[in-house]
Design a binder for this molecule. Structure first.
Ligand code: ADP
Ligand code: MG
Length: 329
């Protein structure tokens, strides 16, 4: 924290909460970490034959998260949304940097935040290699680095005839936003599940890895299925048809929300951080086990042209509206 009466200095703060004893190795399939926290730059040596994929995301209090969100969930989520971008590219997570802006140094908050952050980092063997710490309205920026052997998955390779698939279940996080500011103690069991889906999203790294050389395009769902599938279509110069009757909805979503509302969350709600991807039909066999285990679902197909067509629960095809999705009533 910059000078000016803070009870804990910047360097003590970094040392105490962010300079972890090394739980993850310096050498991994991605390469070698030569220098981490403590110098002017982090220095990495990338393993030969690998491409570096990196991405950055900022979360601002009051814009991207409520101030009532527990610090531990925020630490997890801030890193998860970044790792999810690596997963969408088929990259192996490697390391990350953290720019932290805080109005005050609250040690309890920092403890919770770093606990959530490192719980997820250690899950994927990621090292925090540097960052910046300043005073101001609360905001968190994380940049992640990952590597890919061969070529990364992109949004631009979908072709007419390809199948459209998604991982996990859709709409859970969007549903949870409706009561996120209410005390957790009043949650039903289903509400607890949905709230957990919002607070602790699971980046689909293993799936992303196994889609290398198989998926023709991929994206992580941060803005909602239709918006993100729309990005694949625009970048690939194609159109897509989605049958809303095949969307994977969790039992919790089905039981907490009316069918119309649940569908609205699944099609338009962001924050789930599942993957949406396209696969040429002849390659589907190679990911059959993911389908058989119910971890991915077939929801539509890519066609020639532009834009999206959605089949509603009555079996009627139409063009979805940018917001509201009123035809799915
Ligand atoms: P500089 O002024 O050269 O940018 P700083 O004084 O800001 O360096 O930071 C000192 C060291 O601590 C650097 O290695 C930096 O990457 C690291 N660092 C600063 N803030 C954080 C943070 N929030 N998390 C992790 N590392 C940090
Ligand atoms: Mg600095």
């Amino acid at each position: 924290m910059t000078r000016g009466g803070a009870p804990l200095g910047e360097f003590e703060l970094i040392e105490r909460f962010f300079q972890r004893p090394l739980a993850t190795p310096e050498v991994s399939e991605s390469g070698r970490i030569l220098l981490g926290i403590g110098d002017d730059c982090a220095v990495l040596e990338i393993a030969s034959g690998r491409q570096l994929a990196f991405s950055i995301d900022t979360l601002v209090e009051g814009v991207h998260f409520l101030s009532s969100l527990p610090a531990e969930a925020l630490g997890w989520r801030a890193l998860a949304v970044n790792i999810s971008d690596l997963a969408a590219m088929g990259a192996d997570p490697w390391c990350f940097t953290l720019a932290l802006t805080l109005p005050t140094v609250e040690q309890g908050w920092l403890e919770g935040f770093s606990r959530g952050l490192f719980k997820l980092a250690e899950r994927f063997g990621m090292r925090l290699v540097g960052g910046d710490t300043t005073r101001g309205p609360r905001s968190l920026t994380i940049q992640v680095q990952g590597t890919v052997p061969g070529a990364a998955l992109t949004r631009s390779g979908a072709r007419p005839g390809d199948l459209v698939l998604v991982s996990g279940t859709l709409g859970d996080a969007a549903a949870a936003l409706r009561w996120l500011d209410q005390p957790e103690t009043q949650d039903t069991e289903h509400q607890r599940f949905l709230r957990h889906r919002y607070m602790y999203p699971e980046p689909r790294v293993a799936l992303g890895r196994s889609l290398r050389g198989i998926a023709s395009a991929a994206i992580d769902i941060s803005d909602g299925l239709l918006a993100d599938l729309g990005h694949i279509c625009r970048r690939s110069g194609v159109a897509a048809r989605v049958d809303s009757r095949t969307l994977p909805l969790s039992p919790a979503l089905r039981s907490e929300l009316a069918p119309t509302d649940a569908m609205r969350c699944a099609l338009g709600g962001g924050d789930d951080y599942e993957l949406c991807f396209t696969v040429p039909p002849e390659r589907l066999e190679q990911i059959r086990h993911w389908l058989d285990q119910g971890r991915i679902s077939l929801i539509g197909e890519i066609t020639a042209g532009s834009g999206l067509q959605v089949c509603n629960t009555q079996g009627v095809w139409g063009v979805p509206e940018p917001s509201g999705y009123r035809h799915f009533e």
